[in-house]
Design a protein around this ligand. Structure first.
Ligand SMILES: C[S@@+](CC[C@H](N)C(=O)[O-])C[C@H]1O[C@@H](n2cnc3c(N)ncnc32)[C@H](O)[C@@H]1O
Length: 249
């Protein structure tokens, strides 16, 4: 499932990158990435986690099935090994990596259990994180807006977004460690927020792009109200749930 991710790297960064860059630090800490470890960033997108792993001195390879994102990754990280590949079929030898990390990916893959099994095949430690469903201010405000103005939207994927579902996805591979990772992202003003929304990224961005002009304007006004009518800079919170296992040999 790739809806809304065939977009430019800047558009993605503008919409989601301001959150995922902060999340990457917490997630890499949680997964225990150290200098010198050989790490695969699975579903690397525009490289928010990749940059964090590189800055820690890890030896990093990346994979993503989106040709657009692979292009961005090759440009941003010319020295890294970049593969166009889905999590379900990783082009690596068994046990080749110390760790395989998937940040904000498992809800989007076609086959979650197959993806985690494949990560567990190639790595000695496997970790994933996903935003919660209710715990992301931005998505909650967009959902309330869509409901209030009666313009239904394709929701964010709902799979593997709760601690229980993530636990169950990983449990076949070992004892599951879990954590809550909290970040908050800042916006200069509402216009900056709305512009990022209008760039067609992910299900929310696609929803905005699908609206006719009049409905889009109603959505903009309602969203402004839903965010508390900010007159200047404001922050939105987001919580991700993370799980990790050290797969049984
Ligand atoms: C929300 S983005 C997260 C990107 C990046 N990991 C980050 O934290 O910013 C979801 C990513 O999952 C990728 N993706 C979709 N289906 C996938 C699959 N089957 N295997 C691996 N990645 C997939 C998309 O191409 C996209 O890059």
């Amino acid at each position: 499932m790739n809806a809304g991710f065939h977009v430019g790297g800047d558009a993605y960064d503008d919409f989601m990158g301001r959150y995922s860059t902060l999340l990457a630090r917490l997630f890499a800490d949680f997964a225990g990435v150290e200098a010198g470890s050989r790490v695969l960033d699975v579903g690397a997108g525009t490289g928010a986690l990749t940059a964090e792993l590189v800055s820690r001195g890890a030896s990093v390879a990346v994979a993503d099935p989106s040709p657009e994102f692979v292009g961005v990754l090759r440009e941003r990280f010319p020295d890294l090994e970049v593969h166009e590949a889905p999590a379900e079929a990783l082009p690596f030898e068994t046990g080749e990596f110390d760790a395989a990390l998937a940040q904000l990916v498992v809800a989007f893959v076609t086959d979650g259990p197959a993806a985690v099994a494949e990560m567990a095949r190639i790595a000695r430690r496997v970790a994933a994180c996903m935003w919660g469903v209710e715990e992301v201010d931005m998505f909650a405000a967009i959902d309330r807006t869509a409901e209030t103005i009666g313009a239904s939207r394709a929701t964010e994927p709902r799979r593997y977004r709760t601690p229980q579902e993530l636990h169950d996805l990983f449990a076949p591979h070992g004892e599951v460690e879990a954590a809550e990772l909290d970040v908050s992202a800042g916006y200069r003003d509402f216009d900056e927020f709305w512009q990022a929304m209008g760039r067609g990224v992910g299900p929310a961005g696609q929803w905005v792009a699908s609206l006719d002009d009049e409905t889009r304007e109603r959505a903009r006004e309602e969203l402004f109200d839903q965010l508390g009518s900010p007159s200047g800079p404001f922050e939105l919170n987001a919580r991700a749930f993370a799980v990790a296992v050290t797969p049984r040999p």
